[in-house]
Design a protein around this ligand. Structure first.
Ligand code: FAD
Length: 310
């Protein structure tokens, strides 16, 4: 059954990336409108202004925010440049809005698949702006085939611009060594279990062993005085992490995606834990919706309810 779910998720992600299918969807206005309605739960809108507006509201309610301009695996130089320019725009607007926050992105959105140097140049430009506005810049972690390149770019960039953070996947076997090498005082790190299907030789699947590893990484980061974002909806794991006194860490927060388990965000906030909500926007909402369903198939029922009820 687990294998079936994995196969279905892989197939859905593959469908989401097929430009011909996407084009067909775009040419059927009714279907397009229905899918857009389902996506509205997870995506603030197509425009940067949509995300900034929700960011302002959430800030008023006591949440920190992350903003992502949706996109990944961009293969043309021009599209990478467009994405980097959009990220610079959102970073600037967020800085000028004066509510703090962070901008998150995939390196494969801004050049990693074209050439590492292009991705690095874009990160350095973004890093300079992030320093100017005091806005954090967070690099997401992608498939294991990209991990070494992503960490190499991160290392070069953070040496110049300390507000750049990195996401580490607890499920990868290599992560303990990576973390041991990277984590230091005030380093910004986001821990996730890992969203990509990887072979057993490279990663653990969802298990108690993986949860233990997540906790060990957290302990290491606290020991080293890092600024930590715990990005998980796993309530048992969160309960374990909340049992810790966070003394030693420069800061610790929970970070949750907009539209997923919003009641958990409210509950944690009410218990006075710092919570960050990760907001997305952009024209690629279709890809994002497919990913949310692929990673948690019951979200398909939610999507149907949203379509019918909306
Ligand atoms: P799981 O064991 O997968 O889930 C625990 C429980 O949480 C599930 O039983 C279910 O009840 C609930 N749950 C999990 N997912 C969902 C969902 N989609 N909808 C509703 N309920 C759900 N992964 C990467 O590989 N790279 C990244 O850069 C990255 N960045 C992320 C940033 C943020 C802010 C967040 C929240 C996640 C990010 N992820 C990233 C995804 C992450 O790796 C996991 O795939 C995801 O968080 C689900 O795992 P989990 O820790 O919640 O535990």
């Amino acid at each position: 059954e687990q294998q079936l779910a994995i196969d279905a998720a892989t197939a859905l992600k593959a469908i989401a990336r097929r430009p011909d299918i996407k084009m067909q969807v775009e040419h059927q206005p009714q279907l397009y409108a229905l899918l857009q309605r389902a996506a509205a739960r997870y995506v603030t809108g197509e425009q940067r202004a949509n995300a900034l507006e929700v960011a302002e509201l959430l800030h008023g309610e006591g949440y920190a925010v992350s903003l992502e301009y949706i996109g990944e695996n961009t293969v043309s130089r021009a599209d990478c440049q467009q994405a980097a320019a959009e990220l610079m725009g959102v970073l600037t607007d967020l800085g000028e809005q004066g509510i703090g926050g962070r901008v998150s992105f995939d390196l494969s959105h801004i050049g990693l698949l074209v050439d590492n140097e292009l991705a690095l140049q874009h990160v350095l430009q973004l890093g300079e702006l992030s320093q100017m506005y005091g806005i954090e810049l967070f690099i997401s972690m992608e498939e294991s085939a990209k991990t070494a390149a992503i960490l190499a770019i991160y290392r070069q960039a953070v040496a110049l611009y300390p507000l750049i953070g990195i996401t580490l996947q607890a499920h990868l076997h290599r992560t303990w060594e990576d973390a041991s090498r990277l984590l230091a005082q005030d380093i910004r790190v986001r821990f996730v279990k890992g969203a990509y299907e990887e072979p057993d030789t490279l990663a653990l699947s969802r298990s108690a062993e993986l949860d233990d590893r997540y906790v060990q990484l957290f302990e290491l980061a606290v020991e080293r005085g890092c600024r930590i974002s715990l990005a998980t909806y796993d309530e048992l794991l969160i309960d374990r992490l909340l049992l810790y006194s966070w003394e030693g860490a420069a800061s610790v927060e929970l970070e949750l995606l907009y539209g997923i388990r919003p009641e958990l965000a409210v509950q944690l906030r009410e218990q006075s834990y710092p919570v960050r909500v990760y907001l997305t926007y952009g024209q690629e909402w279709y890809l994002y919706l497919c990913h949310r369903i692929a990673e948690y198939p019951p979200n398909l029922y939610q999507a149907l309810i949203d379509v019918v009820g909306g």
